[in-house]
Design a protein around this ligand. Structure first.
Ligand SMILES: Cc1cc2nc3c(=O)[nH]c(=O)nc-3n(C[C@H](O)[C@H](O)[C@H](O)COP(=O)(O)O)c2cc1C
Ligand SMILES: Nc1ncnc2c1ncn2[C@@H]1O[C@H](COP(=O)(O)OP(=O)(O)OP(=O)(O)O)[C@@H](O)[C@H]1O
Length: 155
């Protein structure tokens, strides 16, 4: 490993990608400076069921899409019921928390310390605001769209 390289870890569900995800990943990578490596942990389906909702896109396809993004150097699925195991494996210098991710930064820092993980935790301040700036809004739009009769015959 290059000595100067900073490993930044980013996390999320990434269920139906949108430009806000791209902004978060770009800004997360920038936190590591010029010589940074961005490693993304994609939440497992079982985690998404527990913490959010039924995922539309399954974990393997969500991971496949994240790996295709230009800011992403490596990406992995996390584990079930143990968020610290993947952190030990990645051994990040920085964990980037998204602007709307529901974590108490100080509590997370302390939890990491108690698991002997020496990573800084930084919240990304940037948030892209647009009509479809969250996966939930995209799902809601599809649910609410009044399709013409027989529209689905084409897809
Ligand atoms: C430090 C850290 C470690 C994580 N490790 C895992 C993991 O091992 N498995 C997993 O399914 N999700 C993991 N996650 C992702 C969270 O579970 C995910 O953020 C959560 O499902 C909430 O979804 P959201 O971030 O899309 O709002 C981790 C998140 C953080 C911040
Ligand atoms: N519009 C946005 N601008 C900047 N960052 C975003 C935006 N939307 C999501 N993120 C960040 O991207 C990461 C993955 O987010 P997540 O998968 O929860 O997306 P989401 O669109 O917020 O999903 P949902 O609507 O289901 O909650 C998180 O760190 C989150 O803070």
């Amino acid at each position: 490993m290059n000595k100067e390289e900073k490993i930044v870890m980013a996390t999320g569900t990434f269920d139906i990608l949108h430009p806000g995800h791209g902004l978060y990943l770009k800004k997360a990578k920038e936190l590591g400076g010029k010589n940074s490596k961005l490693v993304v942990v994609v939440a497992k389906d079982s985690t998404v069921y527990k913490k959010k909702r039924v995922p539309i896109i399954d974990e393997n396809q969500r991971l496949e899409m994240i790996k295709l993004l230009k800011y992403v150097d490596e990406a992995y699925l996390g584990y079930e019921n143990n968020m610290f195991k993947i952190v030990h494996e990645i051994s990040p210098d920085i964990i980037a928390i998204g602007q709307d991710q529901n974590y108490d930064i100080n509590k997370l820092k302390n939890d990491l310390k108690s698991h002997a993980i020496n990573a800084d935790v930084i919240r990304v301040q940037d948030y892209k605001i647009s009509k479809l700036d969250s996966s939930c809004k995209i799902i809601k739009k599809i649910k609410d769209t009044k399709f013409k009769k027989n529209t689905f015959e084409d897809c």
